[in-house]
Structures are given as C-alpha cells and as structure tokens.
Design a protein around this ligand. Structure first.
Ligand SMILES: CCC/C=C/C(=O)SCCNC(=O)CCNC(=O)[C@H](O)C(C)(C)COP(=O)([O-])OP(=O)([O-])OC[C@H]1O[C@@H](n2cnc3c(N)ncnc32)[C@H](O)[C@@H]1OP(=O)([O-])[O-]
Ligand SMILES: NC(=O)C1=CN([C@@H]2O[C@H](COP(=O)(O)OP(=O)(O)OC[C@H]3O[C@@H](n4cnc5c(N)ncnc54)[C@H](OP(=O)(O)O)[C@@H]3O)[C@@H](O)[C@H]2O)C=CC1
Length: 264
C-alpha cells in the first residue's frame, strides 16, 4: 500500500533487528528502498539475520548492547563510514520478564530499566548528536508496550515504558527545532519470537488474552511494522510526541490483573 520507493536514499537503524518485530520492521523498510543497519547483543544470530535481510537490499549489522554507550558510539562510527548519514531510528530493542513486583531483585529491576530506558536514551542522544541535529532532520520511533492502565505482573517494564513515552514527548519538543520527529508505537500481544520467551502459565494467559481481544486475535509483526512505516514516512509529517497503539484496543479493555492472579 506504500509507494515502493518511499524510503529510497534513506538510512535506517533498527535496534534489536535480529529477531521478531525488529526483523520485520527492518525487512519492511528494506522492501521500500531504505538502507538498513541492525544491531543486537548476540553476534551469530545477528549476522544470520543481516545475511537474510540482504536479499531485500543493503543491510549491515554490528553487535551492540544498547546499555553501553561506548558500543552505541562505535555503532554510530560504522553508520558514518558506511552511509555518512542516518534518517530513521527505530528503538525496538527491549524486553522484560514476568514477575510479581515484590519478587523483582535489584538486578532484575535494573536490567529492565537499563535496557528499556537507558538504552533507548543513549541510542537516541548519540544518533541525534551524530546525525539528526547536524542534518537538521531525523525521525525516531520508540517501540514500547501497552501500559496505559499500568502493567500488573511486569511492574519494571510498565515503569520503563512510561519513562520512554514521557521521554518521547520531551525530546519531540526539544528537538522540533532540528526537524526531528519522535513517536511511540505501543504493541499489544504480537505473535513473534518475543512471546517464545514466556513459559507456562503465561502462555495460557496469552491465549486467554486472544479470546478477550475485541478483534479476537493477537497482532502480527506486519501490524506493528506498518505502523512504524507510517510514522517513519512523510505521511505523518504533522505528528510528533504521540503514541500509536497497535493492540486491537487492549488498552481500552480487558483484565489487567489476570497475570497477577495467575501467580498468586
Ligand atoms: C503480554 C506481553 C507483552 C510484552 C511482550 C514482549 O515484550 S515480548 C519481548 C520479550 N523479549 C525480551 O524480553 C528479550 C530481551 N530481554 C532480556 O534480555 C531480559 O529479559 C532482560 C531485560 C532482563 C535483560 O537481560 P540480562 O541479560 O541483562 O539479564 P541477566 O540474565 O544478566 O539478569 C539480570 C537480572 O534479571 C533477572 N532475571 C532475568 N530474567 C528473569 C526471569 N525470567 N525471572 C526472574 N528474574 C529474571 C536475573 O535473575 C538477574 O537478577 P539477579 O538474579 O542477579 O538478582
Ligand atoms: N511480542 C510482543 O507481544 C510485544 C513486544 N513488545 C516489544 O517489542 C520489541 C521487540 O519484541 P519481540 O521482537 O517480540 O522480542 P524479541 O525478544 O525477539 O526481540 C528483542 C530484540 O532486542 C534485542 N535486545 C535485547 N536487549 C538488547 C540490548 N541490551 N542491546 C541490544 N539489543 C537488545 C534482542 O537481541 P539480543 O538478545 O541478541 O540482544 C532481540 O533482537 C521489544 O521491545 C518488546 O518488549 C512490546 C509489546 C508486545
């Protein structure tokens, strides 16, 4: 539905692009003409993903833990030497684990906050300073989760994603002068490799959530990627600092306490 050359001459970075939603976003951008860089922590699957994505166009990769700003700087060096510019940043890398809040250790809490909040901030700041501010143009899309009514059973990620959403609103205003737009995409439950990280009883809960969804289904990677394409494109030129829910209305509806009750 988008013009095939929509992102011709554009360069995009997708963090966590080796798997699941990030891979789907990278593939969708490549198919519309963008040159794409992907990063993740695990070198071997990252290289495999980049090789597969290269069937659709120019895709380069570099291992990078977004929690380490020196590794993010090295990633910016690679982008500079390969492409000399960056137009689109998709902060997709992130995650968490299910747990009652009172059982989350300091390290567990910090791992989730560091990944989702600090990592997203480091990548955004570094790419803005290196590319978007000097170019006077840039587009950042932050993948969060549906946390509108809190996130019982995943308190750390609810707090972290709320921080990212607020950061998005702030940076959208601070950086508007540089012609940089920032928005969030908040997926509901999406059929992707991420869901494979959950064991029973959470898997059963996910099935229950599908029954309760007003559209009677989980989301797909394409549902999320298509929303990212819209926000990355000039079709959304007057939209910044906002969040687009891709969740079949789960943010309006459903039992948010179900996961907590399951662990009781
Ligand atoms: C409805 C669905 C909506 C959302 C879906 C998705 O997002 S799908 C996307 C899903 N995809 C992803 O989430 C992928 C990305 N996620 C990840 O890499 C990890 O979940 C991470 C964010 C914790 C970072 O990992 P890392 O390598 O930095 O972590 P580390 O191994 O070094 O441990 C640090 C601390 O965390 C603790 N801990 C860890 N796991 C568990 C657990 N299951 N239980 C309890 N605790 C756990 C661990 O014990 C340790 O604390 P300790 O023992 O020292 O006190
Ligand atoms: N699937 C779903 O239902 C939903 C997913 N989301 C969010 O969407 C995003 C993608 O999820 P999904 O594709 O399903 O899950 P995946 O687990 O497949 O993807 C997570 C990706 O992030 C990378 N990553 C994790 N931590 C880091 C880090 N510190 N530095 C660099 N890369 C990192 C992982 O690679 P590596 O391990 O090699 O570092 C992996 O490629 C995540 O932020 C997730 O929380 C939100 C709502 C729902």
């Amino acid at each position: 539905m988008y013009a095939p050359n929509l992102f011709q001459d554009k360069v995009a970075l997708v963090t966590g692009g080796r798997s699941g939603i990030g891979y789907g976003i990278a593939e969708a951008l490549l198919k519309l003409g963008a040159k794409v860089i992907i990063c993740a922590r695990k070198a071997a699957p990252l290289a495999e993903a980049a090789a597969a994505l290269s069937e659709h166009g120019t895709c380069v990769q570099r291992p990078c833990d977004i929690r380490k700003s020196e590794e993010v700087e090295a990633l910016a060096d690679l982008i500079e030497s390969e492409f000399g510019r960056l137009d689109i940043l998709v902060n997709n890398a992130g995650g968490q684990f299910p747990s009652l809040a009172r059982h989350i250790s300091d390290n567990g809490w910090n791992a989730v906050i560091n990944t989702n909040v600090n990592g997203t901030f480091y990548v955004s700041r570094i790419m803005a300073n290196r590319f978007f501010v000097p170019q006077k143009s840039g587009n950042i899309i932050n993948i969060v989760v549906n946390h509108l009514r809190g996130f019982p059973g995943m308190a750390h990620t609810g707090a972290a994603r709320a921080a990212v959403e607020n950061l998005t609103k702030t940076l959208a205003q601070e950086w508007a002068v540089y012609n940089i737009r920032l928005n969030c995409v908040a997926p509901g439950t999406i059929i992707s490799s991420g869901l494979d990280t959950y064991a029973e009883p959470v898997k059963a809960l996910l099935d229950k959530m599908k029954e309760e969804n007003l559209m009677q289904r989980h989301g797909t990677i394409e549902d999320v990627a298509n929303a990212v394409l819209f926000l990355a494109s000039p079709l959304s030129a007057y939209t910044s600092g906002t969040t687009l829910y891709v969740d079949g209305m789960d943010h309006l509806h459903g039992d948010r306490m179900r996961m907590v009750n399951m662990f009781r």
